[in-house]
Ligand binder design. Structure first.
Ligand SMILES: Cc1cc2nc3c(=O)[nH]c(=O)nc-3n(C[C@H](O)[C@H](O)[C@H](O)COP(=O)(O)O)c2cc1C
Length: 181
């Protein structure tokens, strides 16, 4: 039997009706056997990063966030583009992780919820590779939910679920991780 894998899913928006969050929830609901997904709800509670508050002075919410990452076999990132870049809150969360040992070599897949936003993908790739995360390109998933009505989003997600595209990405991610353990 294959070892169960747990993924921690980070989203880069704080919006209640976030399409990034919705895509992660759809992935969580269709996770293949042996794969579980927890969606992060801590990013909005992180204080603004300050290197003076690392080490012994690290805020407890940052430690809790880092512990979730340490315990995950892989990360899923769903992040919108804001003004051709990374939303500030999400970059802040990444900044807290830069000098810590949880992220290097941790596998990561993108689940992108927009037909646009290629600049944020480029910038995230640069930042995450600088932090030594291992991006798994074959698991990349794009589901263009942004700008669609609630009903149209639901219909597209149902279609992607039925044609197996959502699960296929997760399976490719899981295979890449299991192949390297
Ligand atoms: C402040 C702001 C700036 C944005 N800038 C861009 C942009 O530069 N490029 C783009 O493709 N979309 C841009 N958008 C659109 C968002 O990427 C889009 O609304 C996306 O659905 C937001 O993600 P969410 O649904 O997870 O909140 C912007 C939205 C906001 C609120």
């Amino acid at each position: 039997m294959q070892r169960p894998l747990s993924f921690y899913a980070l989203w880069g928006s704080q919006r209640q009706a976030s399409t990034s969050r919705r895509l992660l929830e759809a992935l969580r609901l269709i996770s293949p056997d042996g794969v579980s997904i927890e969606i992060c709800d801590l990013i909005g509670n992180l204080p603004i990063f300050n290197p003076d508050h690392e080490g012994d002075r690290t805020p407890s919410v940052v430690d809790a966030f880092a512990a979730k990452i340490r315990n995950a076999d892989g990360l899923i990132v769903s992040c919108p583009e804001y003004a051709h870049g990374i939303p500030g809150g999400f970059k802040n969360a990444l900044d807290w992780l830069v000098s810590r040992d949880e992220v290097p070599f941790r596998p990561l897949m993108f689940a992108h919820a927009s037909h646009r936003g290629d600049l944020v993908l480029e910038q995230l790739t640069e930042v995450l590779q600088t932090m030594s995360l291992r991006i798994v390109p074959e698991a990349f998933l794009r589901v263009p939910l942004a700008g669609k009505s609630d009903e149209a989003q639901a219909a597209l997600l149902a279609e992607m679920q039925e044609n197996g595209a959502l699960r296929a990405s997760l399976n490719r991610f899981a295979q890449a991780i299991r192949g390297s353990i």
